[in-house]
Design a protein around this ligand. Structure first.
Ligand code: 2P0
Length: 320
């Protein structure tokens, strides 16, 4: 049976940055994210007796299926089948947006593939399965604010919803910068940091505190507190990269320009905060009522086409 699932990307407010177990993708710290409405992946999966290998297409173009096969092997094992599958994905995440498409990709694949294999997994088990594809994908199983509880191993490392229905006009404005340089993958970056940054133990400790405070801020709808925690957590993550050996960073000159404009907006009394992931793009957290003013300020340095707005979005779901 062919099954199609949709999953949205998420932006981490307290970041996942480091693995305890590379094979099972068990993180060194818990993380907390917001699932976004505008950016998502649709994936259909059909297991077919006549296939002699897995086939994978992305946006209508045939791709190497090795990573998909590795992931489908987990599903086949769970379902007790050996059949190969046709997997077709469409990414509605602008490739240059720096919003991890691996999160929406593996969340959609986990749901579509498990359903197509005849399994009805609980959300917990879906999250555990998505995690095996890409860590951040385990959070995209749920909508709204989501916590990935690090756990100790495969059985207890999965995401749980913190607030699925977000009754708050919180927004994320991504500033898409030119990213000419080849970046260091998240996977390699976090591995270098865990192995070499002298600040790593402090990071783990501070993330634990940040999550506790962030939850309080979400519950109190205290946007300034939420933004401050998210911005500071992102800077702590990037400080790990600067303190690694060899050191590295994801900043481009325009990254710093964007950060400064956000700081100027804040100095002018508009609450907005930045966060950055494993790339140069700056994502601005703000409230809906301030979006127009923030866009006007950012126009000093960026085109309107470089600005992508998203609101809280839903969890992974089947379309057909
Ligand atoms: C996050 N990032 O929490 C962090 C912040 C990037 C910076 O999760 O190796 O693609 O597949 O588990 O999930 C991106 O890394 O890494 C990421 P893997 P993933 O969103």
């Amino acid at each position: 049976m062919k099954k199609t699932a949709r999953a949205h990307t998420n932006i981490a407010l307290v970041k996942y940055w480091g693995k305890k177990d590379k094979e099972l993708i068990i993180p060194m710290n818990s993380s907390l994210s917001l699932t976004l409405d505008h950016f998502y992946t649709d994936t259909s999966v059909e297991f077919k007796e006549e296939l002699t290998a897995d086939n994978f297409s992305l946006n209508g173009v045939s791709k190497d299926a090795q990573q998909i096969t590795n992931f489908l092997n987990l599903v086949r094992k769970l379902a007790g089948i050996t059949t190969y599958a046709q997997v077709d994905s469409t990414n509605h995440v602008p490739t240059k947006a720096g919003l991890a498409s691996s999160a929406s990709a593996y969340a959609a694949l986990a749901l579509a593939a498990s359903s197509a294999a005849g399994l009805t997994l609980s959300k917990k088990d879906l999250s555990r399965l998505a995690r095996r594809g890409s860590g951040s994908a385990c959070r995209s199983i749920y909508g709204g604010f989501v916590e990935w509880k690090m756990g100790t191993g495969d059985l207890d490392s999965y995401a749980v919803p913190f607030q699925e229905e977000v009754d708050w006009d919180i927004r994320m404005l991504a500033i898409v910068l030119n990213d000419a340089e080849k970046k260091i993958s998240s996977r390699r970056g976090m591995q270098t940091v865990v192995a070499t940054s002298p600040y790593y133990p402090a990071w783990v400790k501070t993330c634990h505190q940040d999550i506790g405070e962030l939850k309080e801020a979400i519950e109190a709808k205290d946007f300034e507190r939420l933004g401050t925690i998210a911005e500071e957590n992102a800077m702590k993550m990037h400080a790990l990269n600067l303190s690694a050996s060899p050191h590295f960073n994801y900043f481009q000159p325009e990254t710093l320009v964007a950060m400064q404009l956000v700081e100027e907006l804040r100095a002018a009394g508009i609450p907005c905060y930045y966060t950055l992931d494993a790339g140069p793009n700056v994502k601005v957290l703000c409230l809906e009522k301030d979006v127009a003013q923030i866009k006007a300020k950012l126009a000093e340095a960026f085109n309107q086409e470089q600005l992508l707005l998203a609101a809280p979005g839903p969890g992974a779901h089947l379309l057909a």
